[in-house]
Design a protein. Structure first.
Length: 509
């Protein structure tokens, strides 16, 4: 084969052959760990098996087992079958070991229960080409396989997969033209929560040097809460939440049980608290072994002071979930009052929010407290914890409203993903439209320019965040640097600690 059209690269497990796509060499579906099936089911990832000859790396690996798409990043069509769920994909200007280009590693979102790297929205061609760097995307286990707390299995298997993929990058990326000493992880939603967890984990130390966390979720589970959720999910099949019981059923059976539990989580609000009102029964677990502390506690204690951080959120995060749930225009005072009491940061949260936002409608208060609880304040406080621990952080807020749907969604959750990649499939088409406006393209170019500059130099083009002036980048049609604009929310939440979510008194009392 023509080596210019079909470039090859050597990895520790064997040689792979990619394909030239425009100015880039692209390699897809390279195993970074052995398939987690059979005796390896629910275990930590093991090393990929070696192969002889040259392995074609033309197609994405199969997505990990998961529920049908819900309110986050849609997985692509079913794609290839098989058990090679744990694969990486590489976009590079050239597979030249002497090139030593910066490396960016993407972790997808999806509520810790959806997602795969074959989603067309994560095509990294523009990012790698315009930034003249190497981009890696990967699959990691989600849902039951990756995050359910199972007796006899390590917790946070999805996070362990991510660490295994980063170890693969450290050991192999030089052959693809990347610099293993200049690795930036970036991710959105559950991907950003994963990055926050990795920053807190000693086992991930040294595997990446910079991090971009886009819309960090505040949901981290205590071991007791995670175990109770696992018992309920296994109970859907009449099983116990043990590796022995759950290794028997086909993974698709477990995703069906997961979907059934997700549909009736509200029944558990007395046990699980606010988590029961979210779309997912999964989050990283502070289990004391794989993850010993929440990211906010660990970063404040200096766990990642050597990692340069960008953290940020979108102004109107929760509006997307309101549209998907059919709630736009349907929130009354009673629902707003209940929601403020459940999600607010202080005992009398309803009065505090109404005093801080005296002109706000019931619907806006309903949206605002959930945006604050789920994404905005966790992202802000992650930056503050990093600074408190002696590290450096840059903070941003996306304020540009999504133009589709008459602009009703504002700067909602997920809008930053198509702007980051410059790809308008899937969620991008829903929020921006199939054809981006010149304004959308200009903002998308600013995203990519800032992200790739940060990966290259540690400077995204605006000042580091500090608790004196609190300067942030406002990403809009006309970007600006200004004091953090959500000051009223910040003050409401400044004494709140994002701790591991407990099992409710109804379950423990």
């Amino acid at each position: 084969m023509n080596s210019a059209e079909f470039p090859e690269a050597g990895t520790a497990a064997g040689t792979v052959r990619g394909r030239r796509e425009g100015a880039l060499a692209v390699f897809r579906g390279i195993p970074y760990a052995q398939p987690p099936v059979g005796g390896a089911r629910f275990m930590a990832p093991g090393p990929a098996e070696r192969w002889d000859g040259v392995r074609e790396a033309f197609a994405f690996g199969p997505p990990p087992p998961q529920e049908p798409f819900g309110p986050e990043d849609a997985p692509a069509d079913a794609g290839p079958g098989g058990d090679d769920w744990l694969t990486v994909n590489v976009w590079t200007p050239e597979a030249d070991p002497a090139a030593r280009r910066p490396v960016m590693v993407w972790l997808y979102g999806g509520a810790y229960k959806f997602g795969s790297a074959d989603n067309p929205a994560y095509d990294a061609g523009r990012l790698a080409g315009e930034g003249d760097l190497v981009v890696v995307t990967l699959n990691y286990r989600v849902g039951v396989e990756g995050f359910l707390r199972i007796e006899g299995a390590p917790a946070n298997r999805g996070l362990l997969d991510q660490i295994a993929a980063l170890e693969w990058v450290r050991e192999n990326i030089t052959a693809f033209g990347g610099d293993p000493d200049q690795v930036t992880v970036f991710g959105e939603s559950a991907g950003a929560g994963s990055i926050a967890a990795l920053m807190a984990m000693p086992s991930a130390r040294g595997l990446f040097h910079r991090a971009i966390a886009q819309s960090v979720p505040g949901t981290f589970f205590s071991d007791a809460l995670a175990a109770d959720i696992a018992e309920a999910l296994a109970g859907e099949l009449g099983l116990r939440p043990t590796a022995a019981d759950l290794s028997g059923p086909d993974p698709r059976k477990l995703t069906e049980a997961s979907a059934a539990l997700s549909a009736r989580m509200r029944e558990y609000v007395h046990r699980w608290g606010p988590v029961a009102l979210t779309p997912t029964p999964y989050s990283p677990v502070v289990d004391g072994e794989v993850l010993t502390a929440t990211p906010w506690e660990a970063l404040a204690n200096g766990a990642a002071r050597d990692v340069e951080l960008i953290a940020g959120h979108n102004r109107d995060e929760f509006r997307l979930f309101m549209m998907l749930g059919g709630l736009l225009g349907r929130v009354d005072e009673r629902l707003a009052s209940m929601t403020l009491g459940l999600f607010g940061p202080v005992p009398d949260a309803e009065s505090a929010y109404r005093a801080a936002f005296p002109d706000a409608s019931a619907e806006y208060l309903f949206e605002l407290v959930q945006s604050d609880w789920l994404f905005r304040m966790p992202s802000l406080q992650l930056a503050e914890a990093q600074v408190a621990g002696g590290g450096r952080a840059h903070l941003y807020e996306l304020t540009w409203p999504a133009p589709a749907n008459g602009g009703v969604l504002g700067a909602c959750h997920g809008l930053d993903v198509p702007l980051t990649f410059g790809v308008y499939d899937g969620l991008g088409a829903l929020l921006i439209g199939p054809e981006p406006t010149p304004e959308a393209e200009a903002l998308s170019a600013r995203f990519r320019s800032a992200w790739t500059a940060f990966a290259r130099t540690g400077d995204p083009g605006w000042p580091a965040y500090g608790t004196g002036n609190r300067l942030v980048r406002l990403l809009d049609a006309e970007p600006a640097v200004a004091a953090y604009p959500e000051e009223a929310s910040r003050r409401l939440w400044e004494r709140h600690t994002f701790a591991a979510l407990p099992l409710g008194p109804a379950a423990t009392g």
